[in-house]
Ligand binder design. Structure first.
Ligand code: MD3
Ligand code: FE
Length: 217
């Protein structure tokens, strides 16, 4: 294995299973990667620009999206799916930076998923007022792998429910650098994001960003 970018100095001081089996809240876990992530995001967005995708029902998503890694998540009138090619450019998605891979794998390990290999990273950029309605992540073929979510920039409030849409939800405030992992028995729990507030973050500006790392097939 290549030399790590940062030492693994985790003290296991993170909150596992607080939201139920298979979940972890890793507060500030991404902070030491913030500069690498910011540079990488600029390069990725240069090659694969953020765009508002269309849902199968014909609605424009309020979040703007791009991807890196082998497989990118896309949606259009034909449906939700993963594809090797960016439909807007006709090219492969930009490669996943080493910093992303290291952060995703360490986060998953910390949460009890030591063998996680991210194949794709879905990158969401929120405008003020944008939200993500309650949904399950179920376009992947392999549900044994967890999902790793990295929050960057302005704070957000995540919604986390159960396996049924009608299950009650809890509100989870997340701030810059927080990482949430959900897998195993939590993998199909409903989740979403409340409408984002206006503001300016010193590093990431007026848009909160979220990275979700997935194994798609
Ligand atoms: C984990 N994206 O793209 S995870 C998605 O903010 C997606 O862009 C979210 O869901 C986003 O499919 C990031 C949202 C989330 C919400 C609540 C959680 C993750 C959670 C509660 C516990 C663990
Ligand atoms: Fe999701």
């Amino acid at each position: 294995m290549a030399a790590p970018l940062f030492e693994d100095d985790s003290k296991n001081a993170y909150s596992r299973d607080y939201l139920g089996p298979g979940t972890a809240i890793l507060e500030g876990f991404a902070l030491k990667y913030e500069a690498l992530i910011q540079n990488a995001l600029l390069e990725i967005a240069d090659q694969a620009p953020f765009r508002h995708m269309t849902t199968p029902g014909g609605f424009r998503m309020s979040v703007a999206t791009t991807n890196c890694g082998a497989l990118g998540w896309i949606t259009d009138r034909k449906g939700y799916r993963y594809d090797f090619v960016d439909p807007d450019t006709g090219s492969l998605w930009p490669a996943m930076p080493a910093s992303f891979v290291e952060l995703a794998q360490r986060s998953a390990s910390e949460a009890g998923f030591p063998d996680f290999v991210p194949e794709g990273c879905l990158i969401n950029r929120y405008e003020p007022g944008a939200k993500l309605s309650l949904h399950q992540d179920k376009d992947e073929l392999d549900f044994t792998a967890p999902i790793v979510s990295v929050s960057l920039g302005l704070p957000a409030i995540f919604l986390f429910g159960g396996d049924q849409r009608s299950d009650k939800t809890v509100h989870i405030p997340v701030v810059h650098g927080d990482v949430l992992v959900w897998g195993g028995p939590a993998r199909k729990r409903y989740h979403g994001v409340l409408p984002l507030k206006k503001g300016v973050h010193p590093l990431f500006g007026g848009h909160p960003y979220n990275l979700t790392f997935r194994k798609a097939r």
